[in-house]
Write a protein that binds this ligand. Structure first.
Ligand SMILES: *Cc1c(COP(=O)(O)O)cnc(C)c1O
Length: 393
């Protein structure tokens, strides 16, 4: 009886939490998607143009990737059925890691099962309670969780604010053994880039290491499309270049490009790497195919970046608070309910746009996050702009 009463109380607390979230316009809900192909979604019998996916280059439905995925499925079966240190380390992994290391211009690459697992595993393996980590305030949750798990002292600097970072480094760096500066290269909710050149200067001046997360940059920036690090010509200066296959590369999984020693060390220590079944062969084969497509089809990234630039400019000219300098175009609305209302109106017109709200973004900065992809065109974007212009909140 006592146990029943206690568990009823726990349930009441959960219900109260959910009711509160709903009241604040912050309740998260899952939506069932019945079809998803070529930048379109089908939800409850209706088709939408998707502005919420990270399939920036439209590679997830590319016939070459689907073909390679099928071949690997036939040849190797549906699963690796073991962690890579057991019997799951298929030759496809070796090929993918070698290709990616060349692409990223680093000595070695280690593939992880997801970006979340990569960040959590990398940071918690390499840093401990005697160390300190300087992290951009808007870094992804997986970076924060990796830092928390490491036990290192966390210092958050204001977003892309090198003056703030400099003052933190000056004041705090000496008190700790190792130090890491960690940032995304393209920020997922702001669509802007980090000041890599300055961060590298700080690395040298304050004896730090640098880790970057290129989840939203790989496939889009740099002459070869490898990311913002390539674009800035800094691959030799950045110790840890992490990125994912699940966004522009249209696949799944993640990687760290680093020195060979770091790779060896992580194979021995990163728990999210050691204690997890290897990704299925088909996924790895698809990732290999998409890496080749990024090299073979640069017209994809050129189109996406040109579309995004025009879209952002036109919105700004109409007085909208459109931010960033990448394929991600956030339009800041402010109020949670207004952002939700506007997203609902766009959905009613067949545009699937998500309202991103706190805690994913800072308070009072609820926004519509437009992901521009290869599947969009001037006409679609023009229609969205016209609609937003006529339906101001
Ligand atoms: C999506 C994302 C991740 C997580 O990658 P998954 O492969 O989806 O787990 C990590 N970092 C950033 C910046 C991301 O946007």
């Amino acid at each position: 009886m006592e146990i029943d009463r206690r568990s009823a109380k726990v349930m009441d607390e959960l219900k109260e939490f959910l009711a509160q979230r709903e009241k604040e316009g912050l309740l998260r809900k899952l939506t069932v998607v019945t079809e998803r192909q070529n930048g379109k979604l089908n939800i409850a019998g209706r088709e939408y143009i998707d502005f919420s996916s990270n399939d920036y280059l439209g590679l997830s439905s590319h016939p070459k990737i689907i073909q390679k995925t099928k071949e690997a499925l036939e040849k190797f079966g549906a699963s690796c059925s073991a962690a890579r240190l057991m019997s799951g380390n298929l030759v496809l992994y070796q090929q993918l890691e070698e290709e990616m290391a060349r692409f990223k211009n680093k000595e070695a690459v280690l593939v992880f099962n997801s970006g979340y697992q990569a960040n959590v595993g990398i940071i918690s393996s390499l840093y401990g309670s005697a160390d300190c980590i300087f992290s951009d305030r808007l870094n992804h949750a997986s970076i924060i969780d990796g830092i928390l798990l490491s036990g290192a002292k966390l210092f958050r600097f204001q977003h892309n604010d090198t003056t703030h970072l400099l003052s933190l480094l000056t004041k705090e760096r000496k008190k700790y053994k190792k130090a890491l500066i960690v940032t995304e290269t393209v920020f997922s909710m702001e669509g802007d880039k980090s000041p890599l050149k300055e961060l590298v200067e700080f690395k040298n001046k304050f004896d730090c290491q640098i880790m970057v997360d290129e989840a939203h940059a790989t496939g889009l920036f740099g002459a070869a499309g490898s990311g913002v690090v390539e674009e800035a010509g800094l691959s030799a200066k950045i110790d840890f270049i992490m990125g994912t296959f699940g966004k522009a590369l249209g696949g799944f999984g993640a990687y760290l490009a680093s020195s060979a020693e770091v790779r060896d060390y992580l194979i021995n220590t990163a728990r999210s790497f050691i204690y997890s079944t290897a990704l299925p062969p088909a996924v790895i084969a698809g990732n290999l195919a998409s890496l080749n497509l990024v090299k073979e089809e640069p017209f994809r990234r050129k189109k996406v970046l040109a579309l995004a630039k025009t879209f952002r400019q036109q919105l700004q000219e109409l007085g909208f608070a459109a931010r960033g300098c990448s394929q991600i175009v956030p339009v800041i609305i402010g109020d949670n309910f207004k952002a939700l209302q506007l997203a609902d109106k766009l959905k009613a017109c067949g545009y699937w746009v998500t309202a991103v709200r706190p805690p994913t973004v800072p308070p009072k900065e609820a926004r519509l996050r437009f992901s521009i992809t290869y599947e969009h065109n001037q006409e679609i974007l023009g229609n969205v702009i016209e609609y937003l212009d006529k339906n101001r909140v």
